[in-house]
Every structure is written in structure tokens, then in C-alpha cells.
Design a protein around this ligand. Structure first.
Ligand code: HH2
Length: 265
């Protein structure tokens, strides 16, 4: 796994949701979702991130049954494919591990479900811990920081220590600043400029910039998504500042952009 996620590694997004911010409903049919995931791997993704709950600003939580109903049929069709499960629920993670998932991508950084850390530890799995201020329903109302990079780093350091205390080996953890999760566009960009503060924690940094609205708002103040070209520019900027793993919708384009950036670096 560590070898597979060597910098730069691309994580392809497979949202099995009716309400994700940029690809709502595209992958609701499990056959379509599984085919898209396999195509992402063919296009150079190191891993695919399957998620059954949208976390876009304003989104509502889904029940355990509904989340399982969305993701299990997809996971069952992905034997042999490297899979990450985008969930905060221990029961979803447990089921995903039993179906071959290797990593849990938890936007609550193990704060949402007290049993999730133990499930990851027992499975010998990997985990991505992400920073979020507030919760998805309200997080974009008025996010405030005195020092966004310092505060995000302090949070991630504390969550990393928690994960290790719960029995997850430190080298099974990657960290994510959580672009757009309780952050204005200006705060997102400040964080991206100061990725060095997060790198000092000594763990690989995963970034999710793909199609995020902060990128769209560079061109249109009302934009709710960012363009592909802006996403590629942001990914390359993050790569040059040290990011390792890139969570993206458009796999082939990111693989090409990052391969070029690496070759020229
Ligand atoms: N962003 C989204 C969802 N999960 N996980 C991590 N680790 N980092 C991110 O930046 C991140 C994430 C939001 O994007 P998307 O999955 O496209 O949308 P939605 O949450 O609406 O399904």
C-alpha cells in the first residue's frame, strides 16, 4: 500500500450518491459505478474512493442502511481493485474491509463514530484523517481562523496521536487539510500556500481540490464547482508544495498533469 501511494498518487472519486456537488447521481447504478472505478485504475489511479454519503456544504447525513445499500453492491463488484471507503461509520468500514477495502477516508478524522478507530486498527487498515471546522450542514456559514495553517496542523497532529493511541500504526495514516470543509476560498488558498506546516507532521498529505467551488470562484463569484483546468493547476501547485495523494474526479487528466510536473521537477 505504501508503495502504491508513492508521491504523486491519484485517488479516483466514485460517489454513489444522488446529491454530490459535482457528479450527483452519475454512479448510482452499481454496475456503472464499478465500471467507472475500473476505468479509473486503467487510467492510472492508485486507488478508488467509494462513498455513499455526500459531504458537500448543506448536505444531510444518510442512515447506515442507506449508506450500506449504496456502497456494498459497488464494493462487491470491485474484487482486485484497490479501494478506499469514504465513510465515518464503523459498520460501513467493517463491511468494506471484509470486501477488500484497504483504507478508510474519514472526513471526521475519527471523531464521528467512537468505534471506527478500533475497526481500522483490527483490520490492519489505513486511514485518512481530514480537517473540518463544524459539520457539513453548516460549515460554510462563517468559518473563522486566526492562523488557518497552524490551527489545521494542530488539529491533525492531535487526531494522528489519537489514531496511534487507538492502535493504528502511524505509517498507516495520511492527513488532509480538508479544502472547503469550513473554509472560505481565501482560507483554502492560504492553507495550500502553507502546506509546509502540515508536511512537518511527517505524514503523507492527501489533497481534495478537484472541482471545488473555490477554484470556480476565481472566475465566477457564483460558481458552485471548479473547472477541470483549474483543478489540474491546483493539483500541480499542491504537488510542488509537497502533497502526495490527489483525490480527483478526472483521473487520466490528473495522472498526465502530475506525471509531467514530476518529470519536470
Ligand atoms: N472532499 C469531498 C469528499 N470527501 N475526502 C477527503 N479526504 N478530502 C476531501 O477534500 C474530500 C473528501 C467532497 O467532494 P466530493 O466527494 O466530490 O463531493 P460530495 O462530498 O458532495 O460527495
Amino acid at each position: 500500500m505504501q508503495e502504491r501511494l508513492r508521491r504523486p498518487a491519484v485517488m479516483g472519486i466514485v460517489n454513489v450518491t444522488p446529491d454530490s456537488f459535482s457528479d450527483a447521481g452519475v454512479h448510482l447504478d452499481p454496475d456503472v459505478a464499478a465500471a467507472a472505478a475500473r476505468r479509473m485504475v486503467d487510467d492510472g489511479a492508485a486507488i478508488v474512493d467509494v462513498g455513499g454519503e455526500s459531504t458537500r456544504p448543506g448536505s444531510e447525513a444518510v442512515t447506515l442502511d442507506e449508506e450500506l445499500r449504496r456502497v456494498v453492491p459497488v464494493l462487491e463488484r470491485l474484487e482486485g481493485v484497490p479501494v478506499s471507503i469514504d465513510t465515518a461509520k464503523s459498520d460501513v468500514a467493517r463491511r468494506a474491509f471484509s470486501l477488500g477495502a484497504e483504507l478508510v477516508n474519514d472526513v471526521t478524522a475519527l471523531r464521528g463514530d467512537p468505534e471506527l478507530a478500533g475497526v481500522v486498527a483490527d483490520a490492519g487498515g489505513y486511514v485518512c484523517l481530514m480537517h473540518m471546522q463544524g459539520e457539513p450542514r453548516t460549515m460554510q456559514r462563517d468559518p473563522r481562523y486566526d492562523d488557518v495553517a497552524g490551527e489545521v496542523a494542530a488539529f491533525l497532529e492531535q487526531r494522528l496521536a489519537f489514531a496511534v493511541s487507538a492502535g493504528i500504526p502511524e505509517d498507516h495514516v495520511c492527513l488532509d487539510p480538508g479544502f472547503g470543509f469550513g473554509k472560505t476560498a481565501a482560507q483554502n488558498f492560504q492553507l495550500l500556500r502553507r502546506l509546509d506546516v502540515l508536511l512537518a507532521l511527517g505524514r503523507p498529505i492527501l489533497v481534495g481540490l478537484s472541482r471545488k467551488s473555490s477554484l470556480g470562484r476565481l472566475f465566477d463569484p457564483e460558481a458552485s464547482t471548479g473547472t477541470l483546468a483549474a483543478s489540474l493547476g491546483a493539483a500541480v501547485a499542491a504537488f510542488e508544495r509537497g502533497a502526495s495523494i490527489f483525490r480527483v474526479h478526472d483521473v487520466r487528466e490528473h495522472v498526465e498533469a502530475l506525471t509531467a510536473a514530476e518529470a519536470l521537477g
